[in-house]
Ligand binder design. Structure first.
Ligand SMILES: [Zn+2]
Ligand SMILES: [Zn+2]
Length: 173
């Protein structure tokens, strides 16, 4: 699946009224990359804490639109609302882990607060040029690049918070 307008609007609700509409406008004109930059800069400018699971949701959206790597530093500076949903969150910054018998490395990316499982971005090391994920991996389950939301749904399967903003992911299982 790919991000639809309802999901995008859901991310926009992290912003103050008025700016959420601007964020939706980016989607309507097909400027999702610009929209994500707008979201990150406005959250930081307002110093608006957001739940850790909203940070993870925004990170998956950024990955889908190819801007996660260049936005990672900004993501890590977002103020996190510790009283909000914490079921899944960004994994701490760390190096790549070689995958035995494969010419691939796994970057820890997202983590489950309940069981400690994670989503890794699995890349083929390139001496020049960007390392584009070939797969996503949740423990021993591998996902194709277009299945990154399914990988998040897998990671999120531990969550039993009835108020969780990511409840809709259960429909992807
Ligand atoms: Zn878990
Ligand atoms: Zn949750």
């Amino acid at each position: 699946m790919i991000t639809d307008l309802d999901q995008w609007r859901g991310l926009g609700r992290l912003l103050p009224p008025g700016e959420d509409e601007q964020f939706v406008d980016y989607f309507m004109i097909g400027e999702q990359e610009g929209g994500l930059g707008f979201l990150l800069s406005r959250l930081r400018d307002h110093d608006l804490p957001i739940p850790a699971n909203a940070v993870a949701e925004a990170a998956v959206t950024a990955e889908e639109w190819g801007v996660w790597v260049r936005s990672e530093d900004e993501f890590r500076l977002l103020p996190v609302d510790e009283s909000g949903g914490r079921c899944v969150r960004l994994a701490g910054p760390s190096g790549a882990v070689a995958i035995p018998d494969e010419d691939l490395v796994a970057w820890p990316w997202l983590a489950c607060a309940s069981c400690g499982a994670g989503v890794s971005r699995v890349c083929r090391p390139e001496p020049f040029g960007p390392w584009v994920p070939q797969h996503y991996r949740v423990e021993e389950c591998w996902y194709e690049p277009e299945e990154l939301w399914e990988a998040l749904a897998d990671l999120h399967s531990c969550c039993d918070d009835p108020e969780c903003r990511l409840r809709w992911l259960a429909a992807l299982d």
